[in-house]
Design a protein around this ligand. Structure first.
Ligand SMILES: [Zn+2]
Length: 186
């Protein structure tokens, strides 16, 4: 081989090497691009999947209010009547319960036992359970106890609504003009 052909080969080798380098650089670039594409795809799946997951989760944990739980959409002004008898003695229900500071939607104006249920807008069954009034009053009323008197040797808690025995006690959903009687007696 003469000088020229050696030079030619080495030139050609250099050219080949350069080609190879470019080729592998091209491949590196391609796989980097592919990796980037994969990353975008993963991010998209996470964002979209997360969004769908969040929608499902919030739908599951915050179900819309069932129509059966709505008492009124335009407010109420009802007047159930409450009497409490402790061992045969009438327990006075004070005036202005729930009107001291912030005006409560369940309150009294006088000592007649008339409860005023004055709610604006949406009213649910939970809003007008009898126990809600006792909570506002700051007194105990459950199926077991009225004030400090509980079921036991000293007596039993009983309730009637419009003359009929009722075992819902604090869970009772009040109606307009109800006559509610709570007694504690032996
Ligand atoms: Zn009223």
């Amino acid at each position: 081989m003469d000088q020229q052909s050696t030079e030619y080969l080495s030139k050609r080798q250099r050219w080949l090497r350069r080609q190879q380098e470019q080729e592998s650089a091209h491949h590196r670039n391609k796989s980097a691009k592919r990796f980037k594409k994969f990353g975008i795809w993963v991010a998209t799946v996470l964002v979209v999947g997360g969004g769908i997951g969040w929608l499902i989760w919030s739908a599951a944990t915050q179900p819309p209010l069932p129509a059966g739980d709505i008492v009124s959409k335009n407010g109420i002004h009802w007047h159930p009547q409450l009497t409490i008898t402790m061992n045969g003695k009438d327990q006075e229900i004070p005036a202005n319960i729930g009107l001291g500071g912030a005006e409560e939607p369940i309150h009294t104006h006088d000592t007649t036992g008339t409860l005023h249920l004055e709610f604006p807008g949406l009213v649910t069954k939970d809003d007008i359970r009898l126990g809600h009034f006792f909570k506002i009053w700051g007194k105990t009323f459950t199926s077991q106890c009225i004030f400090d008197s509980c079921n036991g040797p000293n007596g039993q808690v009983a309730m009637t609504v419009n003359g009929k025995s009722n075992t819902e006690f604090d869970q009772y959903i009040m109606r307009d003009k109800d006559q509610i009687e709570i007694t504690y007696s032996k």
